[in-house]
Design a protein around this ligand. Structure first.
Ligand code: GUN
Length: 289
């Protein structure tokens, strides 16, 4: 069994992004900028946003976090998004999810300028992904594809079972795998007999937030396991959705939690923001010439 080490790969990506940031600054004086919106007091969201901010600092991005109270109005958040859309110092905008229940999430995600949508949640970018066109791709599934590629795992023709059908993880994960010519099944909360599906999988990718959902008897020998779940166990430790101790004895590759997919999400946010900044720098150059 080999570990798919996201911590190591994310460091490698960060080094590359930092070098490109320096190049960009030297060539046009442009500094990639990311605006993050954090609404309410969700502890996990605050921790993620803090990690994202620190990563921006490490690679030399400009970043700003808009912290807003739990009871904020829809209009106030919309105003901030419009401001960020029009701010030339900002290349990427991220609205940390989940949002409080009074907020219309879809409306906010649609308000983000598609060229600043570094989370890839705007329907424009979702459409580009599903049609196989270049655009911004959600960071977590993009990070999974990078992690597989780093280990020379080619998904073409493989049976891939995605467990979870969220807009953030499951659906874009399935689209990326399909674009790479995998055979893809999406299982979800209403799937009957999950084991029947996972036993057939060359690659299982799971992200639903259920501790020990994937057990040893649900995995075929030498399968590849990508654990996208992140849960707090009763003993306080962070764990994924896979029974790591037992499944790891049976599979060929597996992501650890923590240190697998999590760091890749942040690395891809940096990569997407750099991509947006480079497009903006090129537009500026074209305007000047
Ligand atoms: N909440 C959980 N994952 C994510 C993510 O990748 N992006 C945003 N914006 N919110 C999240």
């Amino acid at each position: 069994m080999q570990l798919l080490d996201g911590k190591a790969l994310s460091k490698k990506i960060e080094t590359k992004v930092a070098a490109e940031v320096k190049q960009l600054k030297d060539s046009c004086g442009c500094t990639p900028g990311l605006a993050v919106m954090l609404v309410g007091h969700d502890e996990a969201s605050a921790a993620y946003v803090n990690m994202k901010k620190k990563a921006c600092d490490r690679v030399g991005f400009y970043s700003v976090t808009h912290e807003m109270p739990e009871n904020i109005s829809q209009e106030a958040i919309e105003k901030t998004i419009v401001m960020m859309n029009n701010d030339s110092n900002i290349d990427g905008i991220l609205i940390q999810l989940p949002l409080p229940s009074q907020i219309d999430e879809t409306k906010l995600l649609e308000l983000v300028a598609p060229e600043k949508d570094v989370d890839g949640f705007h329907p424009y970018n979702v459409g580009r992904l599903t049609t196989g066109l270049d655009g911004f791709v959600p960071c977590t599934p993009l990070g999974v594809m990078e992690l597989l590629a780093e280990h020379n795992i080619d998904v073409k023709g493989k049976n891939c079972v995605v467990v979870g059908a969220s807009n953030i993880v499951g659906k874009p994960m399935a689209a990326l795998l399909l674009n790479a010519e995998a055979t893809v099944e999406i299982c979800h909360i209403a799937t009957d007999d999950l084991k029947k599906h996972t036993l057939n999988a060359d690659i299982i990718l799971v992200g639903v937030g259920v501790i020990n959902l994937i057990k040893e008897d649900m995995v075929k020998d030498d399968a590849i396991i990508v654990d996208i779940g992140i849960n707090r166990a009763p003993n306080g430790k962070l764990v994924g959705d896979v029974d790591f101790e037992n499944v790891s004895k049976k599979c060929s590759y597996i992501t650890p939690v923590p240190g697998g997919v999590g760091p890749m999400t942040i690395a891809m946010l940096l990569s997407n923001t750099l991509k947006a900044a480079k497009i903006n720098a090129q537009k500026l150059k074209d305007k000047e010439s």
